[in-house]
Ligand binder design. Structure first.
Ligand code: RIB
Ligand code: CA
Length: 312
């Protein structure tokens, strides 16, 4: 089996951290590198957090590069209320031992993707799309090195989690998202319509703590902290585990369902800025540009995540 080359673009963030760990634990995937972006918390913290996750997994061999510290046009909006002041509150993760590269993530993305024509890379954006958009504008030829883009973000009919209309990753940098959704790249979107059906249950979180591993202990503590916000906000039995759905989709796509349709990003209206306007019924006649995933086998998803985390 030839492993699928992936690059994770991320703003850790508790759910990002779990997504990175699941990817590292999965031999079906070859993590070519990790690029960080400002989002859940400022860039310095998302970068530190990503490095700490690699240290936790014992995988500081994975190349990591810091990217854009703010959206293309908008001021940065962060989510400390959800993720805590550090962006990974709830557990003490090991400090990184490998110095941070001084190469900018966008430069590394451009060079890596230009060289990837023979082994195109699947991009896995888990945060605002600033780095991806910047790379596409900087060097459109990188498209030949991109197999597909599978991203967590948006909302088709679920409503927003940051405004009534917009999901966080898209809302933070709607202009970057607009560039990506207009790029013509093969896109798959894991929106809130899907991730709000992937609600963590307390016994599942506690089960991670019983894996008897450093990773299991750390992730269990992180997720206990992380889900408190969404449980209080939605009054649900558990919080949504957003970002790992991207990795799970690559590993076991049969756990998911959706349809390909036209998706456009609102960049003008103050009321609906960042809305992913999803033409589910094809009423616009606009060409389909994105596979929108709205269903997930939650039990299968959580079993997969726990199985992979147990391998670290
Ligand atoms: O709306 C949820 C998304 O925003 C997730 O990727 C979370 O990590 C935050 O980045
Ligand atoms: Ca994220």
């Amino acid at each position: 089996m030839t492993a699928r080359s992936i690059i994770i673009d991320t703003d850790p963030g508790h759910d990002d951290a779990v997504a990175i760990l699941v990817a590292l634990a999965s031999p079906e995937l070859a993590v070519r590198g990790i690029t960080t972006v400002a989002g859940n918390v400022p860039l310095a913290l998302t970068t530190r957090n990503a490095r700490r996750v690699l240290a936790l997994a014992g995988r500081e061999d994975v190349p990591l590069f810091a990217g854009c510290g703010r959206p293309l046009l908008r001021p940065l909006v962060t989510a400390e209320a959800v993720h805590g002041q550090t962006g990974l509150d709830g557990a003490e993760l090991p400090e990184p031992t490998v110095p941070l590269s001084d190469r900018h993530a966008v430069d590394w993305l451009v060079d890596t993707l230009l060289a990837a024509r023979d082994d195109p890379v699947t991009l896995c954006p888990l945060g605002p799309l600033t780095n991806i958009a910047m790379a596409l504008v900087r060097e459109p030829r990188i498209a030949d090195g991109i197999a597909q883009v599978v991203l967590m973000g948006g909302a088709a009919f679920a409503g927003g989690n940051t405004t009534p209309a917009a999901e966080f990753n898209i809302y933070v940098d709607p202009h970057a998202a607009d560039i990506v959704f207009r790029s013509g790249l093969p896109l798959t979107m894991l929106p809130l319509d899907c991730t709000h059906k992937a609600l963590m249950q307390a016994d599942w979180i506690e089960g991670l703590g019983r894996l008897g591993t450093r990773v299991g202990q750390a992730v269990s503590a992180l997720l206990r902290f992380y889900q408190r916000y969404d449980v209080a906000k939605y009054g649900s039995s558990g919080g949504p585990l957003h970002d790992p759905t991207v990795i799970a989709y690559l590993l076991q796509p049969q756990l998911f369902a959706g349809k390909t349709c036209n998706v456009r990003v609102e960049v003008g209206s103050p009321l609906t800025l960042g809305m992913t306007v999803t033409d589910w019924w094809g009423v616009t006649g606009e060409p389909a540009n994105c596979t929108v995933i709205t269903e997930v086998d939650a039990a299968g998803f959580f079993a997969l995540v726990a199985d992979r985390l147990g391998r670290l």
